[in-house]
Design a protein around this ligand. Structure first.
Ligand code: SF4
Ligand SMILES: [Zn+2]
Length: 482
């Protein structure tokens, strides 16, 4: 009989922690963390700062920064941030422009905006006091969901709540042999239940950080180091893989190998219910993957193709024309070169495309025919957003001055910037790539590459005199990400 899809899943005991195992896992994990944890600035604040508001603020900032960015990148941003705005009230006094500038290079700018909004709310509506528990943090602070709320509540405020992020998902899926799709709501809920059950009431913050640290440094996505893992005695994935390797399992859920049996004293039985929805079935086990059979990956949705022309308007005084994106949506509030949407997959010739760009510049930006006559194509730049495969066709146009220039209503405003100002402004990584691709000296330095970037399309790159002269005039050659 087929189960109705709304029925709760059947979860066998293999995928839960009995009480005695909870205690062992806590001891092993926290002990391992004490010996192996990385020294990170937000951990120092959480461990040593006596003021609860500063602890909560530091952990909140770090957790939001870490949401889509690697630890090593976050470290320097976090230190600069805390130096400039050491308390939540300091952040509340900053302008959004300043906050975006500080965030430049981290991407996903909505995170910065929400931190700023949250700080203002704490100061104006909550008397400068951080909410005290997970639910209040989630309710009161924009951008704080179950994960961030739990992290701040446990790490900074000592509340006994578990956390589940991508690292914890992976560790739990392997340790408890969960073969159900991790993007399913029921799988996610099960992991939250396990995390809340496991968290050590004596050291909730350290326990949660230990789980995440283990996933980040030992139980990694592609190269888990099971030999040095404190949870190996409990790990279903490890024992199943060992048993499979020795080809001593009679059936998928029957462990008959004595050696494996001795090793897995904490896993008395790999047997599960025949009807269990969380087991990885025998036919789905890929021997070549070993423990990487867990977690089961969700099928990726195909990203959308988008193409637009971006036009770098160079003025003779060495400045470029930038427009500010709308307050909401993708890359909200960031500065960019004027962009003109094109049709993805269109086989229009370059000549026809240039005509479309010229017309748009005349109609929406007030350029004259003489000005648009100087337009030249530079390169294609591809940038991958989480759900968009974006191609920028980079054009340049030279202007004697900025007289008569306008911009479409969808933008908030415009500004002329030189290269240094542009790099210091709140702009996206994609726009920096665009400017970089338009610089012929960059192309020459890199062995006269035909591609503007490694992921760019193979269209030929033309040299652009104007922008080259402008760059050398500015004296700035540092193209590193800000
Ligand atoms: S034993 Fe291996 S697979 Fe299991 S939790 Fe440790 S590192 Fe991950
Ligand atoms: Zn099962």
């Amino acid at each position: 009989m087929v189960k109705p899809t709304s029925s709760p899943p059947i979860i066998g005991k293999l995928h839960t922690f009995p009480t005695h195992e909870v205690k062992q896992v806590r001891e092993r994990l926290v002990g391992w963390y004490d010996d192996n944890k990385r020294q990170l600035p937000w951990r120092t604040i959480a461990a040593t700062e006596p003021d609860r508001n500063i602890r909560a603020y530091g952990v909140w900032v770090s957790e939001i920064m870490l949401q889509q960015t690697q630890v090593n990148t976050v470290k320097s941003y976090f230190e600069k941030w805390m130096c400039k705005w050491p308390t939540v009230s300091d952040l509340a006094k900053a302008t959004l422009e300043e906050v975006n500038q500080m965030w430049a290079g981290l991407g996903y700018y909505s995170r910065a905006r929400r931190l700023h909004e949250g700080a203002i709310k704490i100061v104006q509506e909550l008397d400068g006091e951080f909410p005290d528990d997970r639910d209040s943090l989630m309710k009161q602070l924009p951008g704080v969901g179950r994960y961030s709320g739990s992290a701040v509540a446990s790490i900074a405020l000592g509340h006994c709540v578990g956390v589940v992020d991508g690292n914890v998902n992976r560790v739990l899926a392997r340790v408890k042999g969960v073969g159900a799709d991790i993007s399913n709501q029921s799988t996610s809920e099960h992991f939250w239940t396990l995390a809340d059950q496991l968290v050590d009431p004596d050291r909730p913050g350290d326990f949660n950080q230990a789980m995440m640290e283990l996933g980040a440094t030992v139980c990694t996505p592609k190269t888990p180091n099971c030999e040095s893992c404190p949870l190996r005695p409990h790990c279903v994935a490890f024992h199943r893989n060992s048993a499979q390797k020795r080809s001593s399992i009679a059936t998928h859920f029957k462990q008959s190998d004595k050696k494996a049996s001795q090793e897995s004293t904490n896993i008395p039985d790999l047997e599960c219910l025949p009807t269990c929805d969380f087991c990885l079935r025998k036919e789905d086990w890929d021997e070549s993957l070993g423990v990487l059979n867990y977690p089961r990956k969700a099928q990726k949705t195909k990203s959308r193709e988008e193409v637009c022309a971006v036009v770098i308007m160079n003025c003779e005084n060495g400045k470029m024309f930038l427009v500010q994106r709308p307050k909401a949506g993708l890359l909200a509030n960031l500065w960019e070169f004027p962009s003109i949407p094109l049709v993805a997959g269109d086989k229009t010739s370059r000549k026809e495309e240039e005509r479309v760009v010229r017309e748009d510049l005349k109609e929406k930006y007030g350029l004259t025919s003489t000005q648009t006559d100087s337009i030249t194509y530079s390169a294609d730049v591809v940038h991958i957003f989480s759900h968009i495969h974006q191609t920028y066709r980079v054009y340049q146009v030279s202007l004697a001055d900025s007289k008569g220039l306008t911009w479409p209503d969808r933008y908030q405003g415009s500004q002329w910037m030189d290269k240094t100002e542009f790099l210091a402004s709140a702009t996206s990584t994609a726009m920096k790539k665009v400017l970089k691709a338009a610089d012929p000296s960059e192309q020459n330095d890199k062995g006269k590459k035909k591609k503007a970037e490694s992921r760019d399309s193979p269209l030929e790159t033309k040299k652009q005199k104007t922008i080259s002269q402008f760059f050398s005039a500015s004296g700035c050659t540092n193209w590193d990400e800000v």
